[in-house]
Write a protein of this length. Structure first.
Length: 317
């Protein structure tokens, strides 16, 4: 199956979830609403074009892999708005602030600093050959993400991308294989500008080229020395490397993530992040899955040096 895979990284991001009162929290993974908004902006779809947004949402499935969920940044946010007056309309922000009565709205808004995610997008089977008014394909989405019509951001307008998305279309037998493509590989393939890459055909030579082309970037982005990744320092696998926690989120069937039987620690829950009307800011419920796993950090030399320089718990206390 073909997947459109891309990397999301920005100094700050915000993935909105249920908000009550003055609190505006963020979850630790890209929500469906945020990814659909990213794709819509890349395609140049306006909020008022409701049918195009509905067709886009009906056409694609979304999954993500969290390398780093980042650290929480809380912003104490204030905004002045005019009181509601019957028969009075404001057309500009300047007119609002010049109103005779202005009130202040307070809120606490959460952001994630230095989060890093890989997102996979695929076309739903019922969307292929359907009679939607506005059809999309992976090639069209890939081109739009490379040359977006509107500014792209991660959740809020104050969260612009700090690096290109590097979208690539790859062929994989299951969803986890698509999400597990190395970021260095993803960037290297983007620089070659190939349209389709089969994960099963990657050779040792292509891996070496990828590491050579993106070594400095990956060392800065993925290494736990810089990003707040969750490292299990006491867990060393047979290759004598540390293990890092990664979290998968996806929709659809649980089995679509795995090559064989699914593990027992898959958590299925409800999300309120499927948009129905972006102008009215309305969302509906969907079912999603979450799986937390540990994978080795492929940097044996750094692992040994860090482990040798890491003090024991007793020494710290």
């Amino acid at each position: 199956m073909d997947y459109l895979v891309m990397r999301l990284y920005a100094p700050i991001s915000s993935w909105g979830t249920l908000a009550v009162g003055e609190d505006r929290p963020t979850v630790n993974y890209p929500t469906r609403s945020a990814v659909l908004g990213l794709l819509g902006a890349a395609l140049g779809i306006k909020r008022s074009e409701a049918q195009k947004l509905r067709d886009l949402a009906s056409s694609i499935g979304i999954a993500s892999k969290t390398y780093s969920e980042g650290t929480i940044l809380r912003d104490y946010h204030t905004i002045q708005t005019p009181t509601t007056s019957k028969g009075v309309n404001f057309f500009t922000r300047k007119q609002e602030l010049q109103s005779a009565k202005v009130e202040t709205i307070l809120s606490s808004r959460d952001y994630r600093e230095d989060g890093l995610w890989v997102v996979a997008i695929w076309l739903k089977p019922d969307a292929k050959g359907s009679k939607l008014e506005h059809n999309v394909d992976l090639q069209q989405l890939q081109q739009a993400l490379k040359y977006p019509k509107f500014t792209l951001y991660l959740g809020r307008k104050s969260c612009p991308l700090s690096m290109p998305l590097s979208p690539q279309i790859i062929t994989a037998s299951h969803l986890k294989m698509a999400l597990d493509i190395g970021i260095d590989e993803l960037l290297a393939e983007s620089s070659k500008d190939k349209s389709v890459k089969n994960v099963n055909e990657l050779s040792d030579r292509s891996n070496r080229v990828a590491q050579w082309q993106t070594n400095e970037l990956i060392d800065t982005m993925v290494s736990d020395r810089y990003l707040p990744t969750t490292i299990e320092y006491t867990a060393i696998n047979e290759q004598d490397t540390r293990l890092r926690q990664v979290i998968y989120h996806w929709e659809g069937e649980i089995e679509s993530m795995f090559e064989s039987a699914s593990p027992v620690n898959v958590f299925t829950h409800n999300h309120w992040d499927d948009p129905t009307d972006r102008k009215q800011w309305q969302f509906t419920q969907r079912i999603g899955h979450q799986w937390t796993a540990y994978e080795p950090i492929d940097n044996t030399k750094e692992a040994k040096e860090t482990m040798s320089n890491t003090p024991d718990k007793e020494a710290v206390l």
